[in-house]
Design a protein around this ligand. Structure first.
Ligand code: ADP
Ligand code: MG
Length: 648
């Protein structure tokens, strides 16, 4: 294949043969962040230097995608050259390397803005995340969309020749920088549409100007690019160009012909994540609705997973034409960590975000893709539990949102949940609901759980004492979403969920006749004390009763099923919607020495002090704080003082 534009795409001719720039070259300073970034590129990144090629080819491919999309409405933008391509060329003698596209190009203003500043949000985060570890830092580059500047890893001077599609040759510009704090921009007439980036390689990077090396890098990093990446046939002098990549969008190829490495490399391209994905699902749907989807489960969470305005969603194509990034309408919020591509045959090419929101087709695809994603997770959980554990660690709390958000898929989501449990020694969330049910005691028909700030706190909670004594397993929950989630869940496989800290424990068949008789007797004995305690505590508690859950602790506070719990109250307060404290019941362990002591204490200040202490420590165990810590401490000290007085 011979390119008509060969001569002018030669980087040496670009450097020298391009029309002499007028003297009016303008100097611009780089934005402070860019300077910072350039320093990093130049001084710290020596390993994985070749990533610059992936980033520049990816930009060329983006530029072609953008033009193809605009040309749908304005076909004459493609005038002259209808086939979109990328060219990679080099000159070993001069030590130069060039990457050219015939895509959208840039105006002078755009070149100043895009190649002099970092527009993206999250740049601050990028700098915070730098570790000094070269390998890790170089991985951040693609992730944070600062790929262009990676050219300076291998070049001490970079020139960019560009002309915006639809503009005359006279609108061409030349951008150049030696990364020394500023760049110059000047008019530089240009016949070819699009952009050419010319790298003047550093002495120690000159080996990149090598056909074999470049070809293998293109194959490794850019094989999936949907445009041909052309290189000269046999050596630098050739006038024939041939593709160095497959040049076919990866998702359009049959599954059986795509290797795992290719899937992984493509993931890097769509997700801007250098780490490997955990799993993927590639499907072609035919029939009434036709589309191809390729979904990936990433191996790690992006920094903005919990930011409301974070970009999410799939790369959307319509009949191979790139339409938009971050099409978020095709997956629900709780699957926002999924990455991938959707290529529809049915959507109109001029589809917009607004149209996507109302479209019934989109709704149907979203339902299908949601199922597909949940199936992929189920498969990972079943076949590769270790990888699933890694997934859960990163994204578990996000998936939990689905239990409330998407009732229609609850049956698929519940088996995907993982819990820490009293059955396990470690605090790792490993237990599935099915495992819990399989381990239930005879006579047990509730799934017991407890919510606390940390799994450790839950494990040590007084609410579990009786259940533990009976050998009943309790799920230990400590994620921020847990109280909200459990508020949406009633049962799993016919077994009701039961908060071990609320209401009646509903022990059912776990409680023998003897237990019941003993409880009744204890209640009778304790009745006068219960009344005295209620009088002493007043409105702090709704009632005082004999506990069925305690074994070692003197007392605990028990909310009603419908009350807002400590975790939820804190979340709401943080969101500026404080809710009043609920009035809990105080449950006491009538056999406990402290309660015996109370019983023996006559009414008066001594009794009140002790009663309030019992209340406050129950409050501490429930929510980690008391209403009036100062008073609590004074009361405690009074009591300790008495203990220390001989005979006191
Ligand atoms: P990103 O590609 O994530 O936006 P980059 O640092 O790689 O970040 O590129 C910055 C911007 O520079 C791009 O968004 C684009 O606007 C512009 N740009 C870079 N390369 C090209 C190109 N070959 N053609 C047109 N615009 C480009
Ligand atoms: Mg880029």
């Amino acid at each position: 294949m011979t390119e008509p534009t060969t001569a002018s795409t030669d980087p040496s001719s670009a450097g020298n043969g391009a029309p002499t720039p007028p003297n009016s070259a303008e100097k611009h300073g780089f934005q402070a962040e860019v300077r910072e970034l350039l320093k990093l590129m130049i001084h710290s990144l020596y390993s994985h230097r070749e990533i610059f090629l992936r980033e520049l080819i990816s930009n060329a491919s983006d530029a072609n995608d953008k033009l193809r999309f605009l040309a749908l409405a304005q076909p004459d933008l493609m005038a002259g050259e209808a086939e979109l391509k990328v060219w990679v060329d080099y000159d070993a003698a001069k030590g130069t390397l060039s990457i050219r596209d015939n895509g959208i190009g840039m105006t002078r203003e755009e070149a100043i803005a895009h190649l002099g500043t970092i527009a993206k949000s999250g740049t601050g985060e990028f700098f915070k995340r730098l570790t000094g570890d070269q390998q890790k830092d170089s991985q951040l580059i693609g992730q944070f969309g600062v790929g262009f500047y990676s050219a300076f890893i291998v070049a001490d001077e970079v020139e960019v020749f560009t002309r915006k599609a639809g503009e005359p040759a006279s609108a061409g510009v030349r951008w150049a920088s030696k990364a020394d704090g500023d760049f110059t921009i000047e008019t530089s007439p240009r016949e070819e549409r699009g952009t050419m980036v010319v790298l003047h390689l550093k002495d120690d990077a000159k080996d990149f100007a090598d056909g074999w090396r470049l070809r293998s890098l293109v194959r490794r990093y850019s094989d999936h690019i949907a445009f041909p990446v052309l290189m000269r046939k046999e050596g630098e002098a050739s006038l024939d160009w041939e593709p160095a990549n497959q040049g076919q969008a990866l998702w359009t190829r049959p599954r059986s012909e795509v290797t795992d490495d290719e899937y992984k490399e493509f993931y890097r391209h769509v997700a801007h994540d250098f780490a490997d994905p955990l799993a993927w699902s590639h499907n072609k749907v035919e029939g009434k609705r036709e589309y191809t989807s390729l979904l990936y489960i990433p191996g790690r969470a992006p920094f903005d997973l919990y930011q409301r305005d974070a970009s999410r969603g799939l790369k959307l194509y319509v009949r191979r034409v790139f339409i938009m990034d971050d099409a978020e309408q095709f997956l629900p919020m709780y699957l926002r960590f999924m990455r991938g591509v959707l290529d529809s045959n049915d959507l109109p090419l001029n589809v917009s975000r607004e149209l996507l929101q109302k479209d019934a087709e989109v709704e149907a695809m979203r339902a299908a893709l949601t199922k597909r994603a949940l199936d992929l997770l189920a498969r990972l959980a079943k076949d590769e539990p270790e990888k699933y554990a890694a997934f859960w660690k990163e994204f578990g709390p996000v998936l939990k949102e689905g239990t409330g958000e998407d009732p229609s898929n609850r049956d698929k989501i519940l088996p995907l949940l993982r819990f820490a449990s009293t059955h396990e020694e470690s605090d790792e969330p490993k237990t599935t609901l099915a495992e819990y049910i399989a381990r239930m005691k005879t006579g047990q028909d509730r799934i017991y759980y407890l919510i606390a700030d940390t799994v450790t706190a839950a494990r040590g909670s007084p609410y579990l004492e009786q259940l533990r004594a009976k050998g009943v397993e309790v799920l230990l929950l400590a994620d921020r979403v847990d109280e909200w989630m459990m508020g949406h869940l009633r049962e799993f496989e016919g077994k009701r969920f039961k908060d071990a800290a609320r209401g009646d424990l509903e022990l059912g068949g776990l409680e023998g006749e003897a237990d019941k008789a003993a409880a009744e007797a204890a209640l009778k004995d304790a009745e006068p004390l219960l009344k005295r305690l209620k009088d002493a505590l007043g409105e702090r508690v709704s009632e005082v009763k004999v506990s069925t859950r305690l074994a070692d602790s003197p007392a605990c506070l028990v909310l009603d099923e419908g009350d807002v719990g400590a975790q939820m109250r804190r979340i709401l307060a943080a969101a500026g919607q404080p809710v009043p404290e609920a009035q809990p019941a105080l449950e006491v362990n009538a056999g406990h020495p402290l309660l015996r002591r109370l019983e023996a204490t006559p009414d008066g200040e001594g009794f009140n002090d002790l009663a309030l202490l019992v209340f406050d420590q129950a409050k501490l165990a429930e929510s980690g704080s008391v209403a009036n810590p100062g008073e609590f401490v004074r009361r405690l000290n009074r009591l300790l003082g008495q203990l220390m007085t001989p005979g006191g």
